[in-house]
Design a protein around this ligand. Structure first.
Ligand code: SF4
Length: 481
């Protein structure tokens, strides 16, 4: 156990953010570099090493949180990193991007602030990278079996790394021009700098994983091509079909899906453009959707020099007295999450529904019309007399995703069955209805958290390993059924 009195002696402290006025002028991560390490031993000491560590069960990866809290408290970074990697291929991603369901589950949260598990995690892995202890782990022998992984987001990368280390020859196919999927082009630099992805890819290459970018399976290579070349296939292509808003005026110029807007901004950071072809500079920006992707649009718009940024959320603000929400432990303020982007300015409007978009004579959007909504008999209903309009010269739609992309023929060519929600159906081993074809991540689960994607990739890898060899020592943290 860490310090038995740690939770009595120390309060919760988190990473220090750079001042808003400074950080909105650049794209670097928002935290003060090096601000965590001096406080992390004390923070880890707050862990009570619970007999039943609810944090462990709260994490889809089953992270060994009390164990690495203890090592972090003792500043034994090598052991801490080993325990961290025992359940998680990419803790530098989850330590930056995961909303930390483990902290919501932390027992200390019953009557104090929970342990800063996410900050401890990111400190351990950053220290491990800095000290050179994160090294390639190439397999000692090859199985002679080959696997194609479709998609290089967190699920695909996790599956690929697990299978490569198990001795299989793995090729990852990515339709974009660079590896990383949503991590690369969906997540802004200020949340996670791309250097974290790049060094993991280098580690994976050194272990033997091969990467093929600019290849879309279903279009550039058919399912038949892939089945001929590989003994097994893992589909980790994400849930990339974005939910749309078919309101009048949707066709106006300046109304974009978030996943049209964010990737172009990320391509500026990659050096592909000097300025983004879809820029918020000088514009009144409205972001429709109150989740993490919406917050990413807010932070991006601020950095691009928007005149104003407004974010709309159709649901009521929790704890709004008109819509009381009871939040017993474990607490998780899903709808009122204050991200770093929200600290940087802008307005958030709750219980707001877009009625239509209004443009000028050139077809450019200029106004967004909205109305207040309320629950009537369990249904969100527009309140009469609440209509108004707000200026909007750039609108991003960040309302989630509805399933895997079926435009490229991938589902049809493989002959895959879908489940009731439109995701690719699979069994307890993550295998689809087609023997030897597996699915992991959002393509099978539906849109979810990065920690679930990594857990899915690890579990699917076990299913593939068993399919190829008849047995597997790989861990399977979750089961889809
Ligand atoms: Fe430590 Fe919280 Fe997990 Fe208990 S639930 S072991 S206090 S991190």
């Amino acid at each position: 156990m860490a310090d038995p009195k740690g939770f009595l002696t120390h309060g919760r402290e988190v990473a220090t953010s750079r001042p808003v006025g400074e950080r909105v002028k650049d794209w670097n991560e928002v935290y003060v570099p090096g601000s965590l390490l001096p406080i992390i031993s004390k923070q880890a000491s707050r862990c009570m090493d619970c007999g039943i560590p609810f944090c462990h069960n709260g994490c889809p990866l089953g992270n060994l949180i009390p164990e690495w809290n203890d090592y972090a408290y003792r500043e034994d970074w090598t052991e801490a990193s080993e325990r961290l990697h025992a359940t998680n291929n990419f803790p530098e991603f989850t330590g930056r991007l995961c909303p930390a369901p483990c902290e919501s589950a932390c027992v200390l949260g019953i009557n104090q602030s929970p342990v800063t598990i996410k900050n401890v995690e990111v400190s351990i892995i950053d220290k491990a990278w800095d000290s050179g202890t994160v090294r390639p782990q190439a397999p000692e022998r090859l199985s002679g079996k080959t696997v194609a992984v479709i998609g290089s987001g967190p699920a695909g990368l996790a599956a690929a790394q697990q299978l490569t280390r198990a001795g299989h020859t793995v090729a990852v196919y990515e339709r974009a021009d660079r590896v990383g999927g949503l991590l690369r082009y969906g997540i802004p630099e200020f949340k996670m700098e791309k250097r974290h992805i790049n060094r993991r890819i280098e580690q994976m290459r050194a272990e033997g994983t091969r990467f093929r970018t600019g290849v879309e399976i279903g279009r550039d290579l058919t399912a038949t091509d892939l089945r001929k070349r590989y003994d097994a296939v893992v589909i980790a292509a994400g849930a990339t079909t974005a939910r749309d808003l078919p309101a009048p005026g949707r066709e106006l110029k300046g109304v974009h899906q978030a996943m049209e807007y964010l990737p172009l901004s990320n391509k500026v950071q990659e050096g592909d453009y000097v300025t983004s072809p879809i820029s918020a500079e000088g514009k009144h920006v409205v972001v429709i959707g109150g989740g993490d992707t919406g917050a990413d649009c807010v932070g991006t718009a601020h950095r691009q020099g928007a005149a104003s940024v407004t974010q709309l959320e159709i649901m009521p603000r929790p704890n709004d007295e008109r819509h009381p929400v009871s939040q017993p432990w474990p607490t998780f303020p899903i709808l009122y999450k204050v991200t770093s982007a929200h600290e940087e300015g802008g307005e958030r409007i709750y219980s707001a529904s877009t009625t239509h978009f209004e443009g000028d004579e050139d077809g450019n959007v200029q106004w967004l019309h909205l109305a207040e909504v309320e629950f009537v008999d369990g249904k969100l209903t527009q309140k009469p007399g609440t209509e108004r309009k707000i200026p909007a010269q750039l609108i991003t739609l960040a309302m989630g995703f509805t399933g895997t992309d079926q435009q490229n023929g991938l589902v049809e060519q493989f002959g895959l069955e879908l489940d009731q929600r439109g995701n690719i159906a699979r069994d307890a081993e993550f295998q689809t209805n087609v023997p030897g074809v597996f699915v992991a991540g959002d393509a099978g689960r539906g849109q979810s958290l990065i920690v679930w994607a990594i857990a899915e990739g690890r579990s699917a890898a076990r299913g593939v390993d068993r399919y190829l060899t008849g047995a597997s020592d790989l861990p399977a943290p979750i089961c889809p059924t």
